[in-house]
Design a protein around this ligand. Sequence first.
Ligand code: BG6
Length: 500
Amino acid sequence: MKSGRKLAPTIIVIFGGTGDLTKRKLIPAFYNLYIDGWMPEKFVIIGLGRTQWTDEDYKEHLHEGLVEFSRKGKPDEAKWQQFHASVSYFESNINDPEAYRGLADRLDAFDQEWGVRANRLFYLSIAPQFIEAATVNISKYELASRPDSDRIVVEKPFGYNKQTAVALNRLLSQTFQEEQIYRIDHYLGKETVQNILAFRFANALFEPLWNRNYIDYIQVTVAEQVGVEDRGSYYEHSGALRDMIQNHLLQVLCMIAMEAPISFQAEEIRNRKVDVMRAIRRLRPEEVHKYAVRGQYGPGWIAGRKVPGYREEPGVDPRSNTETYAAVQLYIDNWRWQGVPFYLRTGKRMQEKTSSITIQFRPVPHSTFSPTQAGNIMPNRLTINIQPTMDIRLRFTAKKQGLEMSLNPAEMVFDYDTCSTQTPEAYETLLLDAMRGDATLYMRSDQVEEAWDVITPIQEAWESRDSLDFPNYAAGTWGPESAEALIARQGHIWALNLHT
Ligand code: BG6
């Protein structure tokens, strides 16, 4: 059985320890790694925050998060007791140098107690304006002095545009070497997204077809039913393009479009991915309206419940110009993909929660069958459902049973649920990788900067001109009509009903 017992003693320090992410994702992930035997034998988690809490208050707060958000539900009491013995709270102000002195003492005390200099994992789950104070002080107090065993994980948003991302990379590089910096994109930790690499590069069947000669177009949809919830003030400065396309959707695109890496080494894979990012055609300002569509949800109905429009959400400007939906048509200028449209779309308050990739193959070059027989011939389609349905489906045409030659679509399905009911959460995979020092699924500085570069013309065009038709889609629908028109020009439609 695999285990994390061989991992070196590790101290995890969470900046933003009282935040939502820690409660919803990080602690449930560490706890599940713990009960599944993946945590190092010796570890501690120190949560940092300004709230005046005792250790007990903090643990109570984290326990509530586990009950509500862990994939395994309410924790077993005895196991929780064992786990939380390794968790503590450190009340501190991120801008206060004294706090770092105190933190240094705490870290040293663990090293003394364990008789070894432990690995240190700093997790920055804080707003961008605090990153400078955190990294400068980590450096000043020499908290991360060992490049081979001290690491920093940085949560999004990684910058606000290309310029701020470059500045942030520069800032981090003053304290950390690139090998120590783990820029997280949780989509890369999703089981179904990781499987893209296995599917493509561990099978000989699809790769010969995986190019412009056989593929008509590719779609990536990440649709959410939730609205902006209580994140209105963050989202107002973000919007769907920054929040989702710049990171999650472009990362998924890279996994689909990359060349085969020579080996499964972090740098090999990251090199191939950044090649894709570089090859994505940059839009000229005057082309943006042709290749990108924005939307904002108005009031509507979700699962039989009336929900408010974006402009009525807390923390949102009643005349907001922020997009809650974005669709883009991209091209990759290389031999493999020349001329194949990649359609990416994402939105909040959509009809269904679903993340899915559609690889649409070209039709057969000549129909052997008469029009009456071939009435139902549909080009082959490969659908990779990322969430909540997790499967891979291949649509092909088959003969309908009976005395006549009549054709019908059929499907071959690989369903994750039939293999295992215990799929690890993305954060479990990614945190374990960070503790092991494996950056394969994390983003390198150049990838992040290139991704900003791809969206910059769209960002600038949308910021310079208010959208006059906002809100332009009702909550509970598939987004604005202009997104249908975007791809209809090439004779394509969004694969809405993803399971047929
Ligand atoms: C986050 C975005 O990165 O991803 C959120 O900031 C979004 O706005 C979330 O809701 C979606 O993640 P998932 O894993 O629920 O698809």
